[in-house]
Every structure is written in structure tokens, then in C-alpha cells.
Design a protein around this ligand. Structure first.
Ligand code: ADP
Length: 381
């Protein structure tokens, strides 16, 4: 664990970049420092690997004051990734990644083998190994930066706005990759960003900082969204807090209906089917269970579905894997107001109405209520 204990950084010109900051950064998780520009995020990160020395306070790594370790030993235990990757332009990709192992005295062959392994881990094609950084896209360079930081297998990874300079699509890919790498390797990651959505997506814990280098709130993302500590945090979180919080509730508890599903042969011209009060719509699938579309209400009234006239089923949600937010989105976008739930292979496992999703949302919120008030009422009733 990294423990930042009442740390202040005053630069020689008098600027107080960080003001009495205390944070406990848990092992094997992603802790995000987020806040507006100039609030002391980079300074905090750099104090952890002693690129900047605190003016007051201490930083402990596994209970030991980092001042008591030789700087080189400390930095070897901490990979460092910055915006624009900061690669050595005159070195090939494989040699960029092999830099630290080589410094540690590994043979060229062993260091390159390690680099090749890491390229695969961060999703880089091995054909890029011999290229130079300028021959790679921004997103690819960023992956090289991550691979290079992981090369000597440090337990800690410090990342300073690593994905800020790439476009949103590439950025989402890099974020997903980081979550996957974190799950596989269990590194302790401290991640700096000014983007609250990135913080909420990546953080196990999120530290919101305000100008003047003070901590505004330190909490898991779902808690930030539910209970922002003050108007500054609330404002920084932006709109749609309630909807965004639904991303933290799983869809697995949703009760899906299977009665409204009919499987048809691809050659079927007409399907005898009738709607009912409980099941006003019928979802048609192929014989393999893949969704084809919704039966038109008037066809159901007439008692026959005409396959060419099916309404689009929209993008389904993966039941149990996707969140309530994804399920709600499907239902909102569906022409029938019902969402289609599929399994990991895309086969329909059931359908669910907006109403049922709304009830699940109410329950999820109630169950998650910090003071348990609703649960007590339920138990008493
Ligand atoms: P952030 O990463 O949140 O943008 P920084 O940690 O880079 O914030 O900076 C915090 C404050 O410290 C800012 O006001 C910045 O101008 C100031 N600052 C950063 N580095 C120095 C420095 N070397 N000398 C003086 N002031 C600095």
C-alpha cells in the first residue's frame, strides 16, 4: 500500500501545489487522481516516485518511508507512463520496451523476448517491433509506453494523463485494455486524469482534487455519483449522475420473460402468433436463437406475423454481464419499449419491459442506500 500522509508541496516560487494531502492507495487496484488543471495531480504523482520531493509530510510504501530508499531502487519498483508516451525516437519499438530490462543488466536476447511478450499483452502486432515511434499511431505509441513501463514487472504503475492525447475511440480501447491488464497482472496503479468519465470508468477509488492542491473527496466511483461531498464535486461530476450510476448495477437480477419469444425457420412466410395483455409484443428469433425483430402489433392482433414486417430489435444487452444502464438504454431505444437480453454468444435469453427495469433500478438504489433505511422498512413490513 502507498500511504500519502499530510503531504504539502510548496514550489520555490511560493506556489502551493499540494496542500496537506492524505490518501491511502490500496494495492492491486486503480486509484485515480482527478481534478481541474493545476490542482496538483502531477505533483502528487511525481512525489510518489520522488521526481518531486515534498515540502512537508511523508509517503510510505508498504509501511516504509520512501525517503529511506535509494531513489533508483524506488523508481525501479514503479513504472511511469506519460502523455504522448515519451518514447525514445531513435530506438525501435522493441528496444524502447526493453530499455529498463537492459539497464537492469538482462541479456539483449532475454530483454527482447520480454519486450515481445509485452507487445502481445498490450495488444500490439509483433510486426511493429522493428519500427520507430514516428511510424506508429498515437494510440499504438501509448501502448508501447505502457509496455515499456511494465517491462521490469514493477508492482506499481504511475500513469500521468496517458490517454489524453488520443481520439475518443482509441482512448476507449486503451482504457479497456488497461482494465484487462490490471485484472490479469494485479498492479497497483495510480492514474492521473482531468476527465471525470475516465476516472469513473477506471477507478477503484477516485480522489477528486480542487485548485490549491486539496482533496475534495476520496471514494469509490459509485459513491461519488450518489453522494458528492460538496457543490464543487457535484459540479465537477456534471449532469446525468443518476443514469451514470446505473453502470454500477448488474443486469443479472432482472427477471426476463421467455414467453414472448418465437423461433422461426428462415423460410417461414407467416407465423401464427397472438399477443396478450401481459405480452403485447413478440420477439422473433431464428432457430439458433439469434434475434430477428419484433412482431408488428397489428400483425399480432390479426394472429399472424409477417417476417418481412418485423420491427428492429435494436442492440441487445448481455444479461448478467452488462449493467442496468445498458439494459435501460436498450429498452429506451427499442421500438416496443422492451429490451432484448442475450447470452455471451448473442442468443436471446429473454425480454424485459421498461417497467420491470424501472422497478429493478428502484430496488438497486434502495438496496444500495448508505443508511439502509429502505431495507429496514421492508423488513418491518
Ligand atoms: P495538475 O497536474 O493538476 O495540472 P500540477 O501538479 O502540474 O497540477 O501543478 C499544480 C500547481 O503547481 C500549478 O499551479 C502549477 O502551475 C504549479 N507548478 C507545477 N510545477 C511547478 C514548478 N516546477 N514550479 C512552480 N510551480 C509549479
Amino acid at each position: 500500500m502507498i500511504r500519502i500522509d499530510s503531504v504539502t508541496k510548496r514550489y520555490p516560487d511560493g506556489t502551493v501545489a499540494v496542500d496537506r494531502l492524505s490518501l491511502e492507495i490500496p494495492d492491486r487496484s486503480i486509484t485515480v487522481l482527478v481534478g481541474p488543471s493545476g490542482c496538483g495531480k502531477t505533483t502528487t504523482l511525481r512525489m510518489i516516485n520522488r521526481m518531486v520531493e515534498p515540502s512537508e509530510g511523508t509517503i510510505l510504501l508498504d509501511g516504509v518511508d520512501i525517503q529511506q530508499q535509494p531513489v533508483n531502487t524506488l523508481r525501479r519498483s514503479m513504472g511511469y507512463v506519460i502523455q504522448n508516451a515519451g518514447l525514445f525516437q531513435h530506438r525501435t519499438i522493441v528496444d524502447n520496451i526493453a530499455t529498463v530490462p537492459r539497464l537492469l543488466g538482462w541479456s539483449k536476447q532475454k530483454a527482447r523476448a520480454r519486450a515481445a511478450e509485452l507487445m502481445e499483452r498490450v495488444g500490439l502486432d509483433s510486426a511493429l517491433a522493428k519500427r520507430y515511434p514516428y511510424q506508429l499511431s498515437g494510440g499504438q505509441q501509448q501502448r508501447v509506453g505502457v509496455a515499456r513501463a511494465l517491462a521490469a514487472d514493477p508492482p506499481v504503475l504511475l500513469m500521468d494523463e496517458p490517454f489524453s492525447a488520443v481520439d475518443p475511440v482509441v482512448r476507449k480501447g486503451l482504457q479497456d485494455e488497461l482494465l484487462r491488464i490490471q485484472e490479469e497482472l494485479g498492479k497497483t496503479i495510480v492514474f492521473v486524469t482531468h476527465d471525470i468519465d475516465e476516472a469513473i470508468k477506471l477507478g477503484t477509488m477516485v480522489a477528486v482534487m480542487r485548485t490549491g492542491g486539496r482533496l475534495a473527496q476520496y471514494a469509490p466511483p459509485a459513491e461519488l455519483l450518489t453522494s458528492p461531498a460538496d457543490p464543487f464535486v457535484e459540479d465537477f461530476l456534471g449532469t446525468d449522475r443518476g443514469i451514470r450510476r446505473l453502470s454500477f448495477f448488474p443486469s443479472g437480477q432482472l427477471e426476463l420473460l421467455t414467453a414472448p419469444i418465437v423461433a422461426v425457420d428462415a423460410d417461414a412466410e407467416k407465423i401464427a402468433a397472438r399477443g396478450s395483455a401481459e405480452v403485447p409484443h413478440l420477439l422473433v428469433t431464428d432457430l439458433d436463437g439469434k434475434p430477428l425483430g419484433w412482431g408488428e402489433p397489428q400483425d399480432l392482433t390479426a394472429g399472424e406475423i409477417v417476417p418481412e414486417r418485423l420491427l428492429p430489435h435494436g442492440r441487445p444487452f448481455v444479461h448478467g454481464k452488462d449493467s442496468l444502464r445498458a439494459a435501460l438504454d436498450c429498452a429506451v431505444l427499442s421500438p416496443t419499449g422492451w429490451a432484448v437480453g442475450v447470452d455471451g454468444t448473442g442468443r436471446v435469453v429473454g425480454v424485459v419491459s421498461q417497467q420491470t427495469i424501472a422497478e429493478a433500478i428502484r430496488h438497486a438504489h434502495a438496496d444500495a442506500h448508505p443508511d439502509g433505511r429502505v431495507d429496514e422498512v421492508k423488513a418491518a413490513g
